[in-house]
Design a protein around this ligand. Structure first.
Ligand SMILES: Cc1cc2nc3c(=O)[nH]c(=O)nc-3n(C[C@H](O)[C@H](O)[C@H](O)COP(=O)(O)OP(=O)(O)OC[C@H]3O[C@@H](n4cnc5c(N)ncnc54)[C@H](O)[C@@H]3O)c2cc1C
Length: 502
């Protein structure tokens, strides 16, 4: 799923037991392996904005720009006449009359380019604009509804960033790609010492390739159907899976099941965890996202922008906008009504939700509006359904040798390096020493001895084995379909086969 995530990294993420370590490890990895070039690692500024993209406000802005332009062309502008006219427009906006703007809307639509030219000039007049608008709409002076709280994919997060500072005037000077005039208020949530970003797909595939290159890691592509628990000892000693790579498909092996044995088994299948461990309180929360190629990429300064945007009196939306080096990523809020499908291939992308995201950000930014939507996508957050904990769960379950590293919610990219380090300590040394993760212990939260008793699946399995019991099975029962560089490159290019048996 990593290819669909935003890739924001923050010192104020959760859980605080592991976040500082993970944030530092991201920096260390970037230093060691050239993360800046390889996976777009960089520090950036994070802000939250409260904006108004209602028709009344947008019409007001259009009207304002047009009158300003007309006055400039006629050379008749004086401070007093301008203020008087601004007041007229603001009154129209408040009354909902905006008749002038509506009457002219056809002309306005044909006038987009001219409107952009006006933008620079209009910024200079922003103080007058704000004064007139605030007097009539009662905005600008209004405190943000959540001064220190941000919403990341429908999950409330407390910002602990002590540098967070409330501002109510202009956006930062280098944030020219967001239209100041639709913003009522903004806060800084993080600066370059507390926030960073990666391109999640580039980061995860680079690290995976590095691991494989050590010769200590073998990638087998397949879907796990079950875990194997030794009846006598009660310990977990392997998994049952069926291959799902292109190679297995060509060889007609994707319906066959194989066993893979090991001393220790780590489940890290995110929102799908409860499909194997039914008592595990991790579920999936779908969120849509789009990637935009801006019209003028050179103007896209490094900002992550959390928004709360007014559509009308009763409706607000909160897309998150992350500038990347050569594109802009936008994700929407969680969509809790949709159950997680069987595999990532079956995740439904609702095009209208992606179009809505584009519509909202187009109202914030002409640069994005005139850009091109490169990708429309959806993915599931692995959410821990426990009020007292935000996850993740990292450690051994109550079944010996069965470990979990899952339930990272909206911070799985941020917390991936620390999770990896802590898991290696647990497996190699028997104890996690880098951080105190006792509160993240999976055995506190669910019973991993409860597994699915699927007689139908067993029957199906028996039939398949009768057909061709030994086909490609190695001595330990696993299918010889190990990763090689060529196949990996192909998978990477396709960016679509992300079911990896751990
Ligand atoms: C829209 C969105 C934006 C996000 N933005 C950010 C962000 O800015 N910063 C951040 O830190 N995090 C972000 N996240 C969160 C982050 O993406 C997740 O926390 C992270 O991907 C979880 O990693 P995971 O490996 O546990 O699960 P996943 O990434 O979901 O990976 C699970 C894998 O297991 C595979 N799988 C499932 N079932 C099986 C099976 N039976 N057998 C074999 N394989 C199986 C799946 O195919 C999948 O590849 C975002 C998430 C979303 C949805």
């Amino acid at each position: 799923m990593e290819e669909w995530a935003g890739g924001l990294l923050a010192l104020w993420a959760f859980p605080q037991q592991i976040v500082p370590l993970s944030f530092q490890l991201h920096q260390d990895l970037a230093n060691e392996f050239g993360g800046e070039d390889e996976w777009g690692y960089r520090r950036l500024t994070t802000i939250s904005v409260e904006g108004d993209i209602s028709d009344a406000r947008l019409n007001y802005i259009k009207e304002y720009n047009q009158r300003l332009k007309a006055e400039k062309h006629s050379g008749r502008t004086t401070r007093n006449s301008k203020n008087a006219r601004l007041n007229d427009i603001a009154e129209d906006a408040v009354d909902g009359a905006v008749s002038g703007a509506k009457k002219n809307s056809k002309d306005n639509d044909n006038d987009d380019n001219e409107e952009e030219d006006d933008d620079d000039a209009a910024r200079d007049d922003h103080d007058e604009f704000e004064k007139a608008l605030n007097a009539h709409l009662d905005v600008g002076s209004k405190p943000m509804s959540r001064a220190t709280t941000i919403k990341k994919n429908s999950i409330e997060i407390e910002s602990n960033d002590s540098s967070a500072e409330k501002r109510s005037s202009h956006l930062p000077k280098n944030l020219m790609w967001i239209d100041d005039k639709v913003i009522n208020d903004w806060n800084q949530l993080g600066n370059e010492s507390t926030t960073a970003q990666v391109h999640p797909y580039q980061f995860t595939t680079f690290i995976l390739k590095q691991c494989i290159a050590t010769g200590c890691v073998e990638l087998v592509i397949g879907k796990i159907d079950d875990i194997i628990i030794d009846e006598e000892s009660g310990e977990c000693n392997g998994i049952i899976y069926h291959p799902s790579s292109a190679k297995a498909e060509n060889e007609g092996l994707t319906k066959q099941k194989f066993e893979l044995h090991g001393d220790k088994v780590i489940m890290s299948i995110g929102p799908w965890t409860s499909k194997i461990l039914p008592d595990c309180p991790i579920s999936g929360l779908r969120a849509h996202s789009i990637i935009i190629q801006p019209e003028r990429v050179e103007e896209i300064s490094p900002y992550a922008v959390f928004t709360e945007l007014k559509l009308n009196k009763n409706k607000f939306v909160s897309p998150e906008i992350y500038a990347r080096k050569d594109e802009v990523y936008v994700c929407g809020e969680g969509d809790s009504s949709v159950l997680i499908p069987e595999t990532t291939d079956d995740v439904e992308v609702v095009t209208e939700k992606c179009e809505e995201l584009f519509k909202y950000v187009s109202k914030l930014s002409n640069n994005l509006k005139n850009g091109k939507v490169l990708k429309r996508q959806a993915c599931y957050l692995p959410v821990l359904d426990i009020p007292s904990s935000s996850g993740p769960l990292i450690g051994e379950t109550n079944v010996d040798n069965l470990y979990l590293a899952s339930g990272h919610s909206c911070w799985g990219i941020n917390n991936a390096p620390a999770t990896g380090l802590l898991m290696s300590e647990l497996l190699m040394d028997g104890e996690a020493t880098s951080c105190d993760i006792s509160a993240l212990n999976p055995s506190l939260y669910f019973d991993a001895t409860l597994i699915y008793d699927d007689e139908d699946a067993d029957l199906e399995n028996d039939e398949e084995e009768e057909e061709d019991p030994d086909n490609n099975a190695s001595e330990d029962g696993s299918y010889e379909d190990s990763y090689d560089d060529d196949e990996g490159a192909e998978e990477d290019d396709d960016e679509d086969d992300d079911e990896k048996a751990e």
